[in-house]
Write a protein of this length. Structure first.
Length: 255
């Protein structure tokens, strides 16, 4: 990608981040990659691929865990890099997935650092000084304006490094790899969604749902059904399961 396209791409990526848009900050589900990554793809001229990538990246963490208002993964960072690699640089999707996935962890670590430096260190201190002076407008500026401006600058620099430098480094790395290692990366990329679903099932803590997961995998692999068709069948099967379970509970209560 050219430098101009990269700057525009990073600008849009920052605007869609939950740390710069109050709406996404309040409703985290709106900021998941499958909801917004098509916009990143549209910036680069292929919204369909962007949408597919968003769905793939979301499978990394199907059961997001928030500890003390801190997320364990920043899936948006992985989506930002993966869309740039696939749509912008033409990299194979599975290989790009394997490269972009670690950015979800690294990006989350930088978010925590951002909170300490920008929020606790700058914005909150400015707000505290305004409180001591009785300056209500100063408090509002610090928390409603300065906080988001600082986040914008921080994230823009991070996304620019991630996309402009990271995509070129990734492209150089892949070109230098032997064929067997590239194939290994591609295979690993294909396994990542399965790992995400596995973590989701583990978080649910109900082993009785594992057969449904296996049935869905076999329907995709051996029957060749699309994910939409499998989702429709899964919804029907889930409804029947719930109805039968409720019916069994009623009969048990009557006995």
């Amino acid at each position: 990608m050219s430098i101009g396209t990269t700057l525009l791409y990073c600008f849009v990526a920052v605007l869609l981040s939950r740390y710069c848009c109050p709406l996404f900050g309040m409703f985290n589900q709106l900021n998941l990659p499958y909801m917004l990554s098509w916009i990143l793809g549209a910036v680069l001229g292929d919204w369909r691929t962007g949408l597919i990538i968003g769905a793939m990246v979301t499978t990394l963490n199907m059961a997001p865990v928030v500890i003390g208002a801190v997320h364990t993964m920043s899936l948006w960072d992985a989506a930002v890099l993966m869309v740039a690699l696939v749509v912008g640089e033409g990299m194979d999707m599975e290989i790009a997935f394997a490269i972009a996935a670690p950015m979800a962890v690294l990006g989350n670590a930088l978010v925590n650092l951002q909170a300490v430096i920008l929020y606790d260190g700058i914005a909150d201190n400015l707000a505290l000084k305004a409180v001591r002076k009785g300056d209500v407008k100063g408090v509002i500026r610090a928390q409603a304006i300065y906080r988001y401006l600082l986040s914008f600058v921080w994230l823009f620099v991070w996304y620019f490094i991630l996309v402009y430098v990271g995509s070129r480094a990734a492209d150089t790395l892949v070109n230098a790899m032997p064929g067997w290692l590239v194939s290994g990366f591609a295979a690993g990329g294909k396994l990542l969604p399965a790992v995400g679903f596995g973590l989701f099932l583990a978080a649910m803590g109900k082993k009785k749902f594992i057969p449904f997961f296996i049935i869905g995998a076999y329907m995709a692999l051996y029957l060749g059904l699309s994910t939409i068709m499998i989702a429709v069948l899964a919804g029907c099967a889930g409804s029947i399961y719930v109805l039968l379970e409720k019916s069994g509970d009623r009969q048990a209560e009557e006995v």
